[in-house]
Ligand binder design. Structure first.
Ligand SMILES: [Fe+2]
Length: 161
């Protein structure tokens, strides 16, 4: 990578791989969630994630780059970690709590990735692309907040019982 443009392209491909892996992992996470709200949160974020993937395809088309060819190893690790957690969870409540934790790690990773991508896009003068990436970033923030509320809800429920 010789310049910021190339670094930006690399980041986009990395995010694309991350979103792709997440569209494959979220259905499992939804199927394992016991709480209906948590299940719903995973299902709706799956739809958003598909949208994020399409948005990146559009951006790459605009920049005349191929989104394929990169594997986001960080997301691979996060997904692997979630899968092994699912195998180890032996209680419904533990499952839900752990799924929230795994999903928030994923969201925080995406938030930092998109935050960087928005900054690079602005710096490189791609203002329309920056706007599109910002839309995704905003949705990742909302998804994370939703998980925060679900985690708090679990705590409250536990305190009541
Ligand atoms: Fe996303």
């Amino acid at each position: 990578m010789k310049n910021l443009e190339e670094l930006f392209e690399h980041q986009l491909k990395d995010l694309y791989s991350a979103e792709k892996q997440l569209t494959e992992a979220l259905p499992t996470m939804a199927s394992k969630a016991n709480d209906d709200k948590l299940k719903g949160a995973f299902e709706s974020h799956l739809e958003e994630t598909k949208n994020h993937k399409t948005r990146l395809e559009d951006i790459c088309k605009e920049l005349d780059i191929d989104p394929e060819g990169e594997t986001c190893k960080a997301m691979q690790g996060l997904v692997k970690e979630a899968e092994s957690f699912i195998e180890e969870a032996e209680d419904d409540d533990v499952m839900d709590a752990g799924l929230i934790a795994e999903a928030q790690r994923v969201e925080h990773y995406e938030i930092s990735g998109y935050g960087t991508a928005v900054r690079y896009a602005k710096e490189l003068g791609h203002s329309d692309i920056a706007k599109k990436l910002q839309e995704t970033l905003d949705e990742e923030y909302v998804a994370d907040e939703k998980l925060d509320k679900l985690a708090e809800g679990r705590l409250n429920k536990e305190a009541m019982s």
